[in-house]
Ligand binder design. Structure first.
Ligand code: SF4
Length: 347
């Protein structure tokens, strides 16, 4: 048996029964693919069910309000995915009359759909012979063929796509793609791959040369930005002052509290003296403050502190607005804000 046939045989007996595997509906496959990007299956599954139930068709999705999408997305992170999905659904509704495209060349034109997602949707929905290359596939190919070219270098990307295309079973592309991804997720795992029970270990270069822990190679290019968020919690217990975030930064169009961002960690008492605090009044007094909470995003580390102020500002700034505390459940809140507010108001 060749490499692909071995993986398909393994997959047939060992695959997990995941809901999006039992359909060729391109819309449902798209939904699952976007939800599962950068997300573990167990974490993404409830979100998939939630979205598929609320919006069973792309037409229903396209008619949703952005606030509703962000609210359902809450806790999943990478919120731009939810916003892009809405734009894509609206475009599919307008340009394709609500019929989700199934060909790679049409899919790749849509917002939020890159090479991997276009290959996944086209192969799973219409059996188009396009090889998927995601993190699992990079790992399997790098180890099996013993390739130490960095998977995130332009040269490496081309090289791995070429190998993925070469090993693709053109007669069974959907099955092949599912098999190689599942194999990477379940057997050829990042840490402690199950080489002892691996059906292709005899020809695996990494296994033979004891190099599984060195492959795949990835260049470290990400520079982490540290940010210090000081949130003002202004509430009489019934109403709370909120802010709708602008586009162009993390958590775009979601809801948080009035924010003072400082270049470094600043003591709450010092913070009260900053000129930016004038927007809260001339003589701002502090009731209490939280500890600093670290919140990790892919390219940013946020150090978040909440300050409970005694007084209400005279004038509302920018996107500030008051809302009833009981309405907070209906707003899309970034995770650290949601956790703190939930704890603070005990809901
Ligand atoms: S032998 Fe180990 S490293 Fe090689 S493909 Fe199998 S699980 Fe992956």
């Amino acid at each position: 048996m060749d490499f692909s046939a071995e993986l398909i045989a393994w997959y047939t007996h060992n695959k997990r029964d995941l809901p999006w595997r039992n359909t060729t509906d391109a819309y449902i496959i798209w939904l699952s693919e976007i939800i599962l990007q950068q997300t573990r299956v167990e974490q993404g599954m409830p979100y998939f069910y939630r979205f598929a139930e609320k919006y069973p068709t792309v037409t229903a999705f396209a008619a949703a309000h952005e606030d509703e999408i962000l609210r359902l997305w809450q806790g999943l992170g990478y919120y731009s995915r939810g916003r892009n999905m809405l734009k894509t659904a609206q475009l599919v509704q307008e340009q394709y009359k609500g019929i989700f495209p199934v060909s790679y060349n049409e899919l790749i034109k849509l917002k939020g759909i890159g090479e991997y997602t276009a290959a996944a949707i086209s192969s799973f929905s219409s059996n188009e012979a396009k090889a998927v290359v995601d993190g699992n596939v990079y790992r399997v190919l790098a180890r099996y063929f013993g390739i130490d070219e960095a998977i995130n270098s332009p040269k490496g990307k081309k090289m791995f796509q070429k190998i993925a295309d070469d090993v693709l079973d053109n007669a069974r592309p959907a099955l092949h793609n599912q098999a190689i991804m599942e194999f990477g997720a379940m057997l050829c795992k990042p840490k402690n791959p199950a080489c002892g029970i691996c059906p292709v270990h005899i020809n695996c270069v990494a296994f033979k040369t004891n190099a599984t822990s060195y492959l795949p190679v990835k260049l470290k290019t990400i520079k982490i930005r540290k940010r210090h968020f000081n949130y003002m919690l202004i509430s009489d217990g019934k109403k709370i002052l909120m802010n709708k975030r602008n586009e162009g930064d993390i958590w775009a169009n979601m809801y948080d509290l009035p924010l003072i961002e400082t270049p470094e960690l600043t003591d709450p008492i010092e913070l009260l003296q900053l000129p930016q605090m004038k927007v809260f009044g001339n003589d701002v007094a502090l009731k209490d403050n939280s500890a600093v909470i670290k919140h990790v995003l892919t390219h940013q580390h946020l150090y978040v502190r909440f300050l409970m102020l005694k007084d209400f500002p005279e004038k509302l700034q920018g996107n500030w607005f008051y809302t009833d505390v009981e309405n907070l459940k209906d707003l899309a809140l970034p995770k650290p804000i949601f956790i703190f507010i939930k704890y603070f108001f005990n809901f």
